[in-house]
Design a binder for this molecule. Structure first.
Ligand code: GTP
Ligand code: SPV
Ligand code: MN
Length: 599
């Protein structure tokens, strides 16, 4: 229970609307986690994994229609459609609340309403924010325990009059008397799902999905869509960025933040183990960064999350040993394959499937006997950040860590080189604004394989007009003192050869690019000025101990593909046209200057 009047009234109102069997206030304890998980196990929706090999781990299979974020059911319900902008779905907030109130009416019948007070960011940090999620899903409760800081201390800080962000959630599947989930993941059909944001009220309403960013409302809904709105009001940045610390052999340390679209390598880069001798990388966060200016004029970042909700397929001891060592205990696995001895398996785990499995749909599965994967491509693990062997000692510093560089990137098989650096802040904002990527499986409703523009990797996560968001980035550049602003780079680990092979090995080898970025931040690192930005000379990328990337490969990776860029410019113009008069003139100027340099 709470002394906070706004919170007490809201919980009472939502309980009256949704009519759960009872209301339960979460305290965030381990005992509570175990108890709520047992409910999911007893209902048959969760399976305890092998406690010798995966102690404290559980396995969930979601409904096949509820496996990723649903972007076409995600709404920014600002007062006017213009404020939501051309890249967001919009419904009039009054109308949307009416639709959803009807859906919420009685939707928790037969279920428990859990009230989850949580902090995004270390409890009490000046950059942190408090949210309260109401949910009828034990899966959400246990995942929120890992992904955020849940509990009674949050209520204490909230006190009588403190403010919080209300996050309303229901799976949208009431139970008849005596009915249980009986092994089936509860959710509503697609046309009843709504992931809604009311930016003026700083409020979130989600209905019908139990999965990931649709349901764990602290993550994309609060920490990005609502936080981006607050950040603009208050003059800071809420970004879809990993944060890492990199230390040179001389013991000098810098922090780098990077925005890549969903399933484009943030978790992998954040946990990277450098292949360049003597260098060290440590992880602050793998998905979201909140950044404010410090008194010294530098941008300081915190990771608002407390856990990793990471893509399982492709994660192996080879590609990401830090992740593998993070997820060997106290981890929730969703939509991965299950082995006969209650271990997990997925495509790209680094070894063959041990015998017959149960696939993510619950069917028997045998390697080589079917084209279908055992794990869903967006299968995920939920694991506590503190378990990561490479976690940065400052990852919970309430003041955040000072950022020296921003990276932007995406999956681009051609045109975009391995790395280039912007000439200036505004040129860097231009690079962020043109981020594009081949579509991945992280969103349900997009055709995988096509390139889509995903500016700042924020296309599905910006809570207001994207043109105004670009403007906000330009303004941040004016607020910071020039010498202290992060340097901006564009990277691309995903170049392919004509026959479809990776031109760059990626993963740990990306440390070779990070090393150059680190050097550039200190005024070193050999670079040439090209029409698209500063680029390393072939000799400036350390290839000691790197087999398989020849001089010619590296030349191709670092070439300026003038013809490709000219095509790119045509696409950027199309992309920019969407933003109309809200597109900052600074960006059209950057585009014109690029076009001129390429001519
Ligand atoms: P979200 O959690 O959706 O925001 O994704 P993310 O950006 O954290 O992506 P993640 O690190 O989970 O990587 C997604 C996929 O990209 C996985 O299948 C990885 O194996 C693959 N990947 C990551 N880094 C690299 C790389 O450097 N090269 C190549 N070729 N693939 C990579
Ligand atoms: C993403 O899609 O960028 C994710 C996964 O990090 S989810 O939390 O589902 O949004
Ligand atoms: Mn993400």
């Amino acid at each position: 229970m709470t002394r906070n009047k706004k919170l007490a009234a809201w919980v009472e109102e939502m309980a009256a609307l949704t009519t759960p069997d009872r209301v339960y206030w979460c305290d965030g304890s381990k005992e509570e986690y175990d108890r709520v998980m047992k409910i999911a196990v007893d209902e048959g929706v969760s399976i305890p994994l092998n406690d010798k090999t995966l102690p404290g781990c559980y396995h969930f299979r979601s409904d096949p229609t509820d496996v990723a974020r649903v972007e076409n059911r995600t709404y920014i319900a600002s007062r006017t459609q213009d404020e939501a902008g051309p890249t967001n779905n919009w419904i009039d907030p009054v109308e949307l609340k009416k639709i959803m109130t009807d859906l919420y009416r009685g939707c928790m019948k037969g279920r428990v309403m859990y009230v989850i007070p949580f902090s995004m960011g270390p409890i009490g940090s000046p950059i942190s924010k408090i949210g309260v999620e109401i949910t009828d899903s034990p899966y959400v409760v246990t995942n929120m325990h890992i992904m955020t800081r849940v509990g009674t201390r949050v209520l204490e800080i909230l006190g009588k009059d403190g403010d919080f962000i209300p996050c309303m959630h229901s799976v949208g599947k009431p139970l008849a008397p005596g009915e249980t989930d009986n092994g089936l993941w509860p959710c509503a059909p697609l046309d009843k799902k709504y992931i809604s944001h009311f930016p003026e009220e700083h409020t979130i309403w989600s209905f019908g999905s139990g999965y990931g960013g649709n349901a764990l409302l602290g993550k994309k809904c609060l920490a990005l869509r609502i936080a981006s709105v607050i950040a603009r009001e208050e003059g800071w940045l809420a970004e879809h960025m990993l944060i890492l610390g990199i230390t040179s052999p001389q013991g000098e340390k810098r922090y780098i933040a990077g925005a890549f679209p969903s399933a484009c390598g943030k978790t992998n880069l954040a946990m990277l183990i450098p292949t360049v001798p003597g260098w060290k990388v440590e992880c602050v966060g793998d998905d979201i960064a909140w950044m404010k200016f410090g008194k010294d004029g530098r941008l300081y970042a915190i990771n608002p999350e407390a856990g990793f909700f990471g893509v399982a397929p492709g994660t192996s001891m080879q590609s990401n040993p830090n992740a593998m060592k993070t997820i060997d205990r106290n981890t929730i696995y969703t939509n991965v394959g299950l082995t006969a001895d209650r271990n997990v398996w997925w495509e790209g785990i680094g070894y063959g499937a041990p015998g017959k499995l149960v696939d993510w749909t619950g069917k028997e599965w045998e390697e080589g006997k079917t084209d279908k994967p055992a794990a869903h491509p967006n299968a995920r693990f939920t694991a506590p950040a503190r378990q990561c062997p490479g976690i940065d000692p400052s990852w919970e510093d309430p003041n955040g860590v000072p950022i020296s560089a921003f990276l932007f990137g995406g999956r681009r098989p051609s045109t975009i080189p391995l790395v280039h650096q912007s000439f200036s802040w505004n040129h860097g904002v231009f690079l962020g604004s043109i981020v594009g990527s081949e579509v991945t499986a992280a969103a349900l409703d997009l055709a995988a394989g096509t390139v889509r523009r995903d500016p700042f990797a924020m296309l599905p996560f910006c809570g207001y007009h994207m043109g105004d968001y670009f403007r906000h980035w330009i303004e941040i550049g004016k607020k910071g003192s020039a010498g202290e602003l992060p340097k901006i780079f564009y990277v691309n680990w995903f170049r392919k050869t004509a026959d479809g092979k990776w031109l760059w090995p990626g993963y740990g080898e990306n440390s070779r690019v990070l090393k150059w970025v680190f050097e550039r931040c200190g005024g070193a690192g050999d670079a040439v000025e090209t029409p698209i930005g500063y680029m390393p000379t072939v000799g400036a990328i350390d290839r000691e101990g790197l087999a398989g990337v020849s001089d010619d490969d590296l030349k191709e990776l670092l070439a300026v593909d003038r013809e490709g860029w000219k095509k790119e410019i045509a696409l950027i113009k199309e992309h920019y046209a969407k933003f109309g008069s809200r597109l900052p003139k600074e960006l059209t100027d950057e585009l014109a200057a690029l076009e001129k340099r390429l001519a």
